[in-house]
Design a protein around this ligand. Structure first.
Ligand code: NAP
Length: 367
């Protein structure tokens, strides 16, 4: 299939390795002129050479930090007017929110939310004028299924997703689309680095741990950067002008598959001396067997939820807003919902929608 992209110009951020490089490679194959970026010059130059050799595309490498105003200015100056923007940057570290300072949050928000918004702001009007634009934000499966230890990522990426849900519906009439591409577990340096740490912690060989993790995915494996790049190229194609404000999850089917109890938490609301109390416990097989009944009962009274993740209710107007923002869920207190309902209006029973897991299906996931 000819994607109709020959001669288009693209910026691909954070593209010397992994998913960004996969996107650059796929766009290069379609005859797109590329400006690629990453901080480490040697790795970036090597990636540029590899993409040139494999695709014959024109590739300009700009070594800088895309999360700084200077870095963004450098990349934009090297590219000139562009047709395609792929937003990407390194993900924030895992941890416990009790340890995070305002500075930690500012860093995550800057890298995984504000940098993308700023690059959209600086390029979208030119795209609108030229009547063609494709913007893809590489976010994370955490947008649909928040991962407890990745609170910084959950927060920053759902913030970006919420912003894009609005603006994507304003630009589409000018043939400018904005979509999110949500990786589940992909075989990149980031995933391998995370798994190495976990394997060391568990005292088992890396290969054994990686194999165990891959087996937990319905596909029985991790995704590849090539697969990710191909999906990105299609979203950028001439044929994808009617797809906007969407969040395409690529996770081998892990969401909303149930984990086998491992890592999934069931929460129950009860009252002690008139005061609401939330009890948490590990999910059991009976929760899975009774899940549907529980959800039905829940409609009126709000007692017990076993829904697998917060993202399974479709958005009222097209799937743009993450469930964590819309329904409460694991990030119920994060602000207003789609209809402008303030967080304070979220009912206690809505809090029960937040069922946490160690990543979709309990699989290692560097969101
Ligand atoms: P990766 O293999 O570690 O590659 C990251 C790339 O980003 C490298 O080219 C890196 O080069 C560049 N980079 C990092 N920070 C940058 C900055 N400030 N400015 C410019 N370039 C920067 O990671 P990946 O797996 O492709 O992940 C890409 C994104 O997807 C991350 O945000 C990650 O959290 C998210 N994600 C990944 C997965 C997965 O399974 N792989 C799952 C969910 C979400 P330099 O270090 O030289 O700058």
């Amino acid at each position: 299939m000819d994607l109709g992209l020959k001669g288009r110009k693209a910026i691909v951020c954070a593209a010397s390795k992994g998913l960004g490089k996969g996107c650059a490679m796929a766009l290069g194959r379609e005859g797109v002129d590329l400006v690629i970026n990453a901080r480490t010059k040697a790795t970036l130059d090597a990636a540029a050479e590899e993409i040139r050799a494999a695709t014959g595309a024109k590739v300009t490498a700009v070594a800088c930090d895309i999360t700084t105003p200077e870095g963004r200015a450098e990349v934009l100056a090297a590219a000139g007017p562009i047709d395609i923007l792929i937003n990407n940057a390194g993900g924030p570290p895992p941890g416990n929110f009790r340890d995070w300072s305002i500075e930690d949050w500012q860093k995550a928000l800057n890298a995984n939310m504000l940098t993308a918004i700023e690059l959209i702001r600086l390029t979208v009007d030119g795209m609108i004028e030229r009547k063609f634009g494709r913007i893809v934000n590489i976010t994370s499966g955490a947008v649909k299924a928040p991962i407890p230890v990745l609170g910084l990522s959950n927060g920053a990426r759902t913030g970006l997703t919420g912003f894009v849900a609005g603006v994507a519906r304003e630009t589409v009439r000018h043939n400018v689309t904005i979509n999110g591409l949500l990786p589940g577990p992909f075989d990149t340096d980031r995933l391998r680095g995370n798994m190495k740490l976990q394997a060391d912690k568990a005292g088992i060989p890396y290969e054994t741990y990686a194999q165990q993790q891959a087996e937990k995915n319905p596909a029985g494996r991790f995704g590849t950067a090539d697969e990710f790049g191909a999906a990105c190229a299609f979203l950028c194609s001439a044929h994808a002008g009617f797809i906007t404000g969407q969040n395409l999850l690529m996770d081998g089917g892990a969401f909303p598959a149930r984990s086998e109890g491992r890592g999934r938490i069931v929460m129950r609301l009860s009252r002690t001396a008139g005061k609401p109390r939330i009890d948490r416990r590990r999910a059991s097989a009976s929760d899975d067997a009774g899940g549907h009944r529980d959800r039905r009962e829940h409609q009126g009274r709000g007692a017990h939820r076993t829904a697998p993740q917060g993202g399974q209710v479709p958005a009222a107007a097209g799937g743009g807003v993450p469930a964590a923002v819309r329904r409460g869920g694991a990030a119920a207190d994060s602000g207003a919902d789609r209809a402008g309902q303030p967080a304070s209006a979220v009912q206690p029973r809505d809090l029960m929608a937040g069922v946490q897991s160690a990543g979709a299906g309990g699989v290692e996931q560097p969101g």
